[in-house]
Ligand binder design. Structure first.
Ligand SMILES: C[S@@+](CC[C@H](N)C(=O)[O-])C[C@H]1O[C@@H](n2cnc3c(N)ncnc32)[C@H](O)[C@@H]1O
Length: 273
């Protein structure tokens, strides 16, 4: 991506999320999704830790870790999202959560600042995910933890029984579906791509699992204010999904109610101590 394209992608993120920020404060998928408590359980945070949550949105991940660490910075590219995170922190009486404007690909923090960096359901918006992970590795202290959750595209790990070509095409179609719903969607990587990027950054992968996430189609559209004229296009993409994409998304329909399932990757990695 050229510099201009990267800047345009980030401006689109700020426009999309700025306009829809309040919805993320109450979104059940974000506020209550199973991956949130699972992440806390897997990380086992300590009361002395300094934590950073990258692309915090309305702050749900930072809010979940705040009671377990000394302090947490909830950071995001979109100022309206930070306002939502501040409101939720105040409502919960959390005094150890602060917010910071920060681009995931150029974190404004010194090397070796944090015991924990979290990032949940966001990297699929970043133009250069490898650059983001290298920034995470830079700001972690030796021995510290990176805890990631993101929607992934299908590959043999999530969707066995299909050829590489079928899975690649299903991944392209899945990312196209996401991009039509939210133009600021960049690309959801496969689990294999995540393993490679994290390992290439020098972090050691300690744990990988997938967490299925049931999505209500109408709510998914409403969160991003999908224009009414676009909805039938998304419905048709689900109806016409290839066998590999259907095995991945498990799209269902009960009258007017449509649903599908996304796969969240949970990955824990550590910096050498
Ligand atoms: C779905 S929300 C995040 C959800 C949140 N992490 C949670 O656990 O509820 C995606 C967020 O990514 C942020 N974002 C996208 N690109 C970014 C970037 N390059 N740097 C920092 N934040 C970014 C958006 O502003 C948005 O707030």
């Amino acid at each position: 991506m050229s510099e201009n394209e990267t800047a345009a992608a980030k401006a689109l993120v700020q426009a999309q999320f700025g306009a829809n920020a309040a919805k993320y404060a109450t979104s059940a998928v974000h506020a209550k999704g199973a991956s949130l408590q699972r992440l806390v359980d897997l990380v086992r945070p300590r009361p002395t830790w300094a934590a950073l949550d990258v692309a915090t949105g309305a702050g749900h991940t930072a809010l979940a870790f705040a009671p377990h660490v000394a302090r947490v910075i909830a950071s995001d590219l979109t100022p309206e999202m930070l306002v939502e995170a501040e409101k939720l922190a105040a409502a919960r009486g959390l005094t150890n959560l602060t917010t910071a404007a920060a681009d995931a690909e150029a974190l404004p923090f010194a090397d070796g600042s944090f015991d924990l960096v979290t990032c949940r359901i966001a990297p699929h918006h970043f133009p250069d995910i490898a650059l983001f992970v290298s920034e995470v590795a830079r700001v972690l202290k030796p021995g510290a933890t990176f805890a990631l959750v993101d929607n992934v595209a299908p590959d043999g790990e999530t969707t066995p029984g299909f050829t590489k070509t079928e899975l690649r095409d299903a991944g392209l179609a899945y990312n196209a579906l996401e991009k039509i719903r939210d133009p600021s969607h960049g690309r959801a990587l496969t689990t294999a791509e995540w393993r490679e990027i994290v390992s290439d950054s020098g972090l050691a992968i300690a744990h990988v699992e997938h967490c299925p996430k049931a999505m209500d189609f109408t709510g998914w559209c409403k969160t991003m204010n999908v224009p009414a004229a676009t909805v039938p296009k998304l419905e048709a993409m689900l109806d016409e999904a290839s066998p590999a994409l259907q095995a991945f998304l498990q799209a269902s329909r009960d009258g007017e109610t449509r649903g599908f399932v996304l796969a969240e990757l949970i990955l824990i990695a550590r910096k050498a101590g």
